[in-house]
Structures are given as structure tokens and as C-alpha cells.
Design a protein around this ligand. Sequence first.
Ligand code: NAD
Length: 272
Amino acid sequence: MAVNIGILGTTGRMGRMIAREILEDAHSRFMGGTVREGSPFMDKPLHDVLGLPANTAIPSDAMNTISPEKLLSVCDVVIDFTRPEVSVHHAYVCAAMGKAIVIGTTGFNHDQVQMLADAANHIPIVLAPNMSVGVTLLTAITEIVAQTLDSKYDIEIGEMHHRHKIDSPSGTALALGEAAAKGRNISLKTRAVYDRKGNSGPRKRGDIGFATLRGGDVVGEHTVIFANDGERVELTHKSSDRRIFAQGAVVAAKWIVEQQPGRYSMKDVLGF
Ligand code: NAD
């Protein structure tokens, strides 16, 4: 049977792309989505909201609403790629209504992560800063390499994204940092270095450094470097099409409806 999926934040770059994936998927049914209050798309037909030609087949009962509650009442699961404070609110609404949620939003602070963990006591939540198969694999490999190579191999993580991205380092870079720290059995919180400027001194052994680049239309590039005297191992992933994230989000939505309450990652979804 098809899974009824709604989108929280349909007008976003990712929201629109995810809607198209659902519409093309035989095992999902598009129930519509939400726009923020005051959005110029508030009272517009879904074709306009999604930027689709008027002849695109969209279920006639799919809704365009500002109310997450209204959307949730007809969905098995919702997908949210919005903003941290908005996604936290959505997770609480889902918890109150007993509905599963897939969250792709990045940039959560510590308190917000804790609030999502609270919501996950009541409902199943997939929280994944990167929904691509390739990055999920890169994250798993990073942990193994960090565990295998000793601390003589300095770990640096570089990333580049398009000029519109508002959080840095990217959620994916942080997840790669967490994976490297886990492999090394250290805490990223105490070993991460986000800024180097001026007389920043020599690198401390065991630190995990981050470098952020922004520009153009780059969908997302991440490299984890393990640098020792005499050699360097570099693991790189390059995304050239946002569609990979949208496809991952729909796979996650179909998977999460079968799960018990809890917080899940893309690694859980893909069974890596
Ligand atoms: P975007 O700015 O294009 O879209 C965000 C949308 O959320 C906007 O359309 C905005 O109107 C909408 N929104 C904000 N508040 C809302 C509310 N209360 N109700 C309904 N809609 C609301 O951004 P984007 O590029 O689509 O990215 C969104 C998020 O997803 C970012 O945090 C980004 O980093 C993340 N992202 C994650 C992945 C992944 O694989 N997990 C991939 C790409 C982007």
C-alpha cells in the first residue's frame, strides 16, 4: 500500500524537489504540504507552489496549507527541510499527533538536538544532515579509517556549498567530524577546531580541523583528510544534483513508518 507523505516547507529548494520525487514514486502518495504564514504562495494552487506545469498530475485532495496539524491529520509521515527552530516545532506537533517525521534540516544547536531527542521518545524520527547514499557510506568509512590510522594522522575536514547556505560548517561536515571522533574514541566537542586566524600556533595532535568554503551553485562537496608525514589519505564525496537528497528523504519516509519511536540516522535507514 502507498505511504501517505506530506512536506513541511514545500516552497524550499528541497521541498519542491521532494514533492516531485513523491509524485513519481508508485509506493508513495503526495498529500500536499505547508508554506509559512505570510508566504506569497499561501493561497496559490499546488502547481504554482511546486513550480510545476499545470498539466502535472497531482492528487486532487493534496493540500497547500499553513497548518502542520491539518496536513498531519491526513499523513502517515511528513518530511521537513526548513529551518532548525521550525523543524523542532514540527517535531513537537508530530509527537503530539503520533506521526513519524523525517528531518533533513541542518544547523541545530545543542538545545534543539535535545528537544528533538525528547520528541523521539514519542515518535520515530529520522534526523540526517545528509540523505545521500554516498555520504552515508563516507561517514561509515570515515569512522573505520579514523579507528585504523593512529593519531599521527591529522584529521581535517573541508566542505564547499552554494552561496545561499546559511549554516557552517555544514551538518554533513559535523557528522563526518563526529564519525572521525567516534573512530578515535575522543569527543568532537573538545577536539574540534573551527577557526584559524592570525598567530594560531602549531596544530595540536588529535585535533579535528574544519574548513568552510561558500560560493556559486555548488550542491555539496566534502573531503576528510588524514595527513601524516610522508602520506595523506583523502576521502571525498561530491554531490552534483540535489535529487540524491530528495530520493533519500522519500526512502527514509517509507522506512520510518514501520519503526518504533526513537531517533534514527540514514545509516539505520540504509542498513549500513
Ligand atoms: P530553502 O531556504 O530553499 O527552503 C526552506 C523552506 O522552508 C523555505 O521555502 C521557507 O519558506 C520554508 N519555511 C520556513 N519556515 C516555515 C514554516 N514555518 N512553515 C513552512 N515552511 C517554512 O532551503 P533548502 O536549500 O531547501 O534547505 C533547507 C534545509 O535543508 C537547510 O537546513 C539545508 O541545510 C538542509 N539540507 C539538507 C539536506 C540533507 O540531505 N539532509 C540536503 C540539502 C539541504
